[in-house]
Design a protein around this ligand. Structure first.
Ligand SMILES: NC(=O)c1ccc[n+]([C@@H]2O[C@H](COP(=O)([O-])OP(=O)(O)OC[C@H]3O[C@@H](n4cnc5c(N)ncnc54)[C@H](O)[C@@H]3O)[C@@H](O)[C@H]2O)c1
Length: 254
């Protein structure tokens, strides 16, 4: 093969560096599920990613995997319900990014809207910066008005002065342990109490003979599909989208 052809191939492989090149991102609760897929896609697109999860083993293993496959990741394990951890997380995140934070994906959910507020407040000094670099906040909402309101407020208040974009992603039925059969026995501990995860088999069967009849695409979404939508909104391709609710539902609840 000619050297000019080799140079051409090398050039193609090296550039572009990815949709999120030179950006630093955090994805909360990214040890598994949608958060993990999202962190992986971000790393593939050139972002440095912070993996935050209460499950230290999963967080560390996953960060190691990303680092071993030419990405850059830092695991910061801890409980997002703990205020001290949120402070430590933002500090380590900013150090990892050389004093900069570009993207925050507030994937941690269940019933804890307060976590999203606290994390954004702690990271605020890194978003309210006038250096012309892209900055992005993505929140998840399961029909929670407060998250939608917070997202719009950030878009309205931090958009004009700092160019920060903020959007809400609303998922439908995405296949993770949250939507697996409840009988599988998965749970999380909240305030020392076990909260069972999943959907009872009976409830799933009650949907009728046609599976996923209430979803126009007639299928659940995978965690990768959900994460792809987050990447799309975080990327420069969505540079003019802010303050919106993006529904990733296969058309459910139209
Ligand atoms: N799966 C769906 O269909 C669906 C639908 C709507 C919204 N969501 C939202 O998407 C987000 C991710 O859900 P998923 O389906 O990937 O769930 P998942 O159960 O697969 O993963 C959740 C992750 O959160 C971590 N976690 C739990 N408690 C934590 C804590 N206190 N501090 C830090 N990390 C903690 C877990 O260790 C786990 O790695 C959640 O906010 C969920 O509410 C999911």
């Amino acid at each position: 093969m000619s050297s000019s052809r080799l140079n051409q191939i090398a050039g193609h492989l090296n550039s572009p560096k990815g949709l999120l090149a030179d950006q630093v991102a955090i994805v909360t609760s990214s040890g598994q599920g949608i958060g993990a897929k999202c962190a992986r896609l971000f790393a593939n697109e050139g972002a440095k990613v912070v993996i935050s999860d209460i499950d230290g083993v999963k967080a560390n293993d996953f960060a190691e995997k990303i680092n071993a496959s030419s990405g850059e990741a830092l695991a910061v394990a801890g409980d997002l319900l703990n205020d001290k951890y949120i402070k430590e997380l933002v500090k380590k995140f900013a150090d990892f990014g050389g004093g900069k934070i570009h993207i925050t994906v507030n994937n941690a959910g269940f019933t804890w809207d307060a976590v999203i507020h606290k994390l954004i407040r702690e990271a605020a000094p890194y978003f309210r910066v006038k250096d012309g670099e892209p900055r992005n906040i993505l929140n998840y909402a399961i029909a929670k008005a407060s998250v939608v309101g917070l997202t719009k407020t950030i878009a309205k208040e931090w958009g004009p002065a700092f160019g920060v974009r903020a959007n809400t992603i609303a998922f439908g039925h995405i296949e993770t342990r949250l939507t697996a059969n409840k009988e599988a026995g998965a749970f999380v501990e909240v305030d020392g109490q076990k909260v069972a995860l999943g959907i009872p088999e009976k409830q799933k069967a009650a949907g009728g003979p046609v599976p996923f009849q209430d979803i126009p695409l007639r299928r659940p979404g995978s965690a990768t599909k959900a994460a792809s939508a987050i990447l799309a909104i975080a990327s420069p391709l969505s540079a003019y989208i802010t303050g919106q609710i993006i529904c990733v539902t296969g058309g459910r609840n139209m």
